[in-house]
Design a protein around this ligand. Structure first.
Ligand code: MN
Length: 707
C-alpha cells in the first residue's frame, strides 16, 4: 500500500500528465487514489502487480485526453464497487453523486458480455453499450479501461485472451472509431489483431519494419521535395510521413487480394496548414510536383464524412513510380480527426481561436449521436454531455443472450412478436430480469426478457392499446380477424341448422348444387363466407334456409333452438345488462356486425324489443358441457363495520368464486351497498355463494343484480 503512494505522488506532480488540472482537483484525485488503494488492498492483477496499478493506468490514459477531474476520480474508483465491498452510496457520500454515477455506469457496462459473433449482433451490442452509457464520459472510461487491459493482456489465459481480443475488435474499436478517437481506434485494432492472430501479426510487423528500412532513402527524398515545393510557394506547413498500421495493411491484403508489397509500396504524407484556403493551395502545389492519379482526388473539406472527418485526399505518382497518398488538413481538422469527441476536453483550455473547433465538435456530436438538446451555450452543453445516443430505440436480451432492437416504449408483447409470431400469439406472461411483470410492461435497455407461452392462449384485443411495433399490431389484428371469421362461421352454421330444422329440413338434404346456387345468388365468395355472414348477423338464417330448401312459403316451427357454450369468443356475446349464466333461461338476438347477443329471458332491457320485433329473437340453450366461469352481478347491503369488505371478499373466495370488480356506494351513515361482479360456473354455484354470504351477520340485503 505504502509502496504505491509515492508513484502516484510523482504522477500528480508531473505537469505533463496532470498539470492541466486545478490544484483543488489534484487534491481530490489523490483522495480518490488513496480510497481505491485501500479498497483494493491485497488484490493483485494476473501479472502479479498490485491491483491499484490498473485504475491508476486508466486514469493516466484519460489524463492524456485531458478529461475533467470527475472522470479521473471515477477512473481510479471504477472497479471498487465490482471487486470490493464498497457501495455506490459510499462513493456518492465521499466523492459526490456525479462521480458515483460514472462509476456505476462503467460497472453496468462491465456486467454485460458479448457472446455472438454475428455481425448484426455486434452492431446491436455497440449501440446498446452506447445507449446504456448516457454520459459520454462513461464510454471514455470504459474505452481507457479496455485499452489498458489490452496492453496487459499477455498475462491472462489464452482462451480469455482470445475472447477479450475479439470483443475489442468487434465492439470497442468500432465505438472508438465512431466517437472519432482515431489514435485509440488504431491502437485497439493493432493490439486485438496481435492477440487474435499472433503469427500473422509477427510476420507482417517484421515485413513492415524491413520495408521501412529499404525505403528510407526514397521517403527522405520525397519528404524533402514536398517541403521545398511548399516553401517555394510561400506556404507555411508541417509535413509528416505516415506509417501504415499492421492491421490495415492486413485488411487491405485480404479484401483486395493484394500482396504485402502491393499494399505496402504506398507511401503516405500528411500536410497540416493554417487555414482552409491554404489547404487548396498546398494541394495545387502537390499536383504541380507529382502527377495526380485520376479518380483519387477526394474533398472531405467541402463534404465532410459522417463522423465529422475533414481533409483533402489525393494520390500522386512519386519518384521511382511509387504511389504517394497525400492528406491535407488544418490543425483543427487534425485534432478532430485524431481525438474526436475527446478533442473538446483536450483543447478546451486554449484561447477562443478554438471556439470554431468546439462548435464543429458540437455540431458533429449533434448529428452523429442524434441528440435532441435544448438550445444553449454549446460549451455548457458539452460539459454535461448527457446524451441519449439512440433516443428511439431500446436494446434487450433474449434468454439465449441474443440482442433485439425495439422502438422505445415497446412492451413485452412487442418483444414476443419480435422473437416469433407464434410466441406472440401464445404469450400469457413475461419475466423481465427474472421477475414476473404484466404483459404491458415497457422494456428498458439491457433488460433480459423471457416470454411464457401456453398452447391454448390467444392474442387479446386489449394488447392493441399498448403495443408499439407494426409487427405485433398487424399480427394481433390478423389473428383476431381470422378468429372472428372462424367463430362467426361456426355460429352461422348452428343458426342455419336451427333454421333448417324449423322448416322440418336438415343440412344433410341440401346438395352441393343448391349450395353453389345460394352462395352465387347471395354474392358471397364461398359457403364459409355465407355462414360467417349469418353468424355476424349480416344475413338472416331463416331466409338462407328457405333458399336452400327451395321452400319459399312454408311456415317455421319455432320449437328448435341454438346451443351455446359461452366459449365462442366474439361471435357470441353475453349481454352485460343481465349477465346470463348457465341455468338461466336465455334468448338471443342477432345484431348486425356483433353476432349473437344473449340475454336472460326476463331481462327488463329487452322486453320492448321482444314484443315489437319478434323476428329478431331466437331460442337459445346452454350446452350442458360448458366448463368456463361466467360473470354474475350481485348487490350486497352491509352495515358499516370495520373490516366488512374483507369479510365479504373472503366469504366469496371461500365459496370458490373470483371477484372481478367492486364498486361501493354509501347509502346512509349506517349502511353501504356494494356492487360485485363475481365469476361462477352456473346458477347452482351462484346460489352457493349467496347462501354463504347470507350467513355473515353484517349482510343486511343481498340480491342478484338485473338492470
Ligand atoms: Mn477495469
Amino acid at each position: 500500500m505504502a509502496a504505491a503512494a509515492p508513484a502516484f505522488q510523482s504522477l500528480v506532480h508531473d505537469a505533463e500528465r496532470f498539470g492541466y488540472l486545478k490544484p483543488k482537483d489534484v487534491a481530490r484525485l489523490e483522495e480518490a487514489y488513496r480510497f481505491s488503494e485501500a479498497a483494493h488492498a491485497g488484490q493483485t492483477r494476473q501479472s502479479g502487480d498490485p491491483y491499484i496499478s490498473h485504475p491508476l493506468a486508466v486514469a493516466e490514459i484519460l489524463a492524456g485526453w485531458h478529461l475533467d477531474g470527475q472522470t479521473l476520480m471515477a477512473a481510479l474508483l471504477h472497479d471498487v464497487t465490482e471487486d470490493t465491498s464498497v457501495t455506490k452510496d459510499e462513493i456518492s457520500d465521499t466523492f459526490g453523486k456525479p462521480v458515483a454515477e460514472l462509476v456505476d455506469g462503467v460497472s453496468k457496462l462491465d456486467k454485460i458480455e458479448f457472446t455472438s459473433a454475428e455481425h448484426v449482433q455486434a452492431e446491436n451490442f455497440r449501440k446498446m453499450l452506447l445507449a446504456m452509457a448516457r454520459d459520454v464520459r462513461v464510454i471514455l472510461i470504459k474505452l481507457a479501461d479496455r485499452l489498458h487491459n489490452m496492453r496487459t493482456l499477455g498475462a491472462v489465459s489464452p482462451a480469455k485472451r482470445r475472447r477479450i481480443a475479439r470483443e475489442t475488435m468487434e465492439i470497442y474499436a468500432p465505438i472508438a472509431n465512431r466517437l472519432g478517437l482515431n489514435a485509440l481506434y488504431h491502437e485497439l485494432q493493432e493490439l486485438a489483431f496481435s492477440h487474435l492472430f499472433p503469427l500473422r501479426f509477427q510476420v507482417l510487423a517484421k515485413a513492415t519494419k524491413a520495408a521501412r528500412g529499404n525505403r528510407r532513402e526514397m521517403i527522405g527524398k520525397t519528404l524533402d521535395a514536398v517541403k521545398k515545393k511548399l516553401a517555394d510557394g510561400g506556404i507555411a506547413a508541417t509535413v509528416h510521413g505516415r506509417e501504415k498500421h499492421v492491421y490495415s495493411t492486413y485488411r487491405k491484403m485480404i479484401e483486395k487480394h493484394l500482396s504485402f508489397s502491393e499494399v505496402h509500396d504506398i507511401f503516405g504524407i500528411r500536410i497540416i496548414v493554417e487555414d482552409i484556403p491554404t489547404c487548396y493551395l498546398a494541394m495545387g502545389a502537390m499536383h504541380g510536383l507529382y502527377k495526380p492519379i485520376p479518380g483519387k482526388f477526394k474533398d472531405y473539406i467541402a463534404i465532410p464524412k459522417a463522423n465529422g472527418y475533414q481533409s483533402i485526399h489525393t494520390d500522386l505518382i512519386g519518384p521511382y513510380g511509387v504511389p504517394v497518398e497525400v492528406q491535407v488538413r488544418t490543425e483543427q481538422m487534425h485534432r478532430l480527426a485524431e481525438s474526436g469527441v475527446a478533442s473538446h476536453w483536450l483543447y478546451k483550455d486554449e484561447t477562443d481561436q478554438l471556439s470554431d473547433l468546439q462548435k464543429q465538435t458540437h455540431r458533429w456530436l449533434q448529428s452523429l449521436l442524434e441528440i435532441q438538446h435544448q438550445s444553449g451555450d454549446p460549451r455548457e452543453f458539452l460539459e454535461h454531455v448527457k446524451v441519449d445516443l439512440f433516443p428511439d430505440e431500446v436494446y434487450v436480451f433474449t434468454p439465449k443472450g441474443k440482442i433485439l432492437s425495439l422502438p422505445r416504449g415497446a412492451t413485452t408483447v412487442d418483444f414476443a412478436y419480435a422473437v416469433h409470431t407464434d410466441i406472440g400469439n401464445r404469450c400469457v406472461a413475461a419475466k423481465v430480469n427474472g421477475e414476473l411483470v404484466p404483459l404491458r410492461q415497457e422494456l428498458r435497455n439491457g433488460d433480459r426478457v423471457e416470454i411464457i407461452t401456453a398452447s391454448h392462449a390467444k392474442p387479446n384485443p386489449g394488447w392493441l392499446q399498448y403495443v408499439r411495433t407494426g409487427k405485433a399490431r398487424s399480427n394481433i389484428r390478423h389473428f383476431l380477424k381470422t378468429m372472428q371469421y372462424e367463430e362467426s362461421a361456426s355460429l352461422g352454421e348452428r343458426l342455419l341448422d336451427q333454421a333448417l330444422r324449423a322448416l322440418k329440413g336438415s343440412a344433410a338434404e341440401v346438395d352441393d348444387a343448391s349450395w353453389e346456387r345460394v352462395v352465387r345468388d347471395g354474392g358471397a365468395r364461398s359457403k364459409e363466407e355465407l355462414l360467417a355472414d349469418i353468424g355476424l348477423g349480416k344475413r338472416l338464417p331463416a331466409v338462407v334456409a328457405r333458399l336452400l330448401l327451395k321452400r319459399m312459403d312454408s311456415h317455421e316451427d319455432a320449437k328448435t333452438s341454438v346451443t351455446i357454450r359461452g366459449t365462442e369468443g366474439m361471435a357470441v356475446q353475453l349481454a352485460t345488462c343481465c349477465r346470463p349464466i348457465p341455468g338461466d333461461g336465455i334468448v338471443g338476438s342477432i345484431k348486425k356486425g356483433q353476432g349473437l347477443v344473449v340475454h336472460q329471458l326476463d331481462c327488463p332491457a329487452i322486453v320492448r324489443s321482444r314484443k315489437n320485433e319478434p323476428d329478431q329473437w331466437l331460442d337459445v340453450e346452454w350446452d350442458p358441457r360448458t366448463t368456463r366461469l361466467f360473470q354474475a352481478a350481485i348487490h350486497i347491503t352491509v352495515e358499516n363495520q370495520r373490516g366488512v369488505l374483507a369479510r365479504v371478499a373472503s366469504q366469496i373466495a371461500e365459496a370458490g368464486s373470483n371477484i372481478d370488480s367492486i364498486a361501493t356506494e354509501e347509502d346512509r351513515a349506517l349502511f353501504t351497498t356494494m356492487h360485485f361482479i363475481i365469476e361462477v360456473a352456473n346458477r347452482q354455484h351462484l346460489a352457493r355463494v349467496m347462501r354463504s354470504l347470507r350467513r355473515l351477520p353484517d349482510v343486511k340485503r343481498l340480491a342478484r343484480a338485473k338492470e
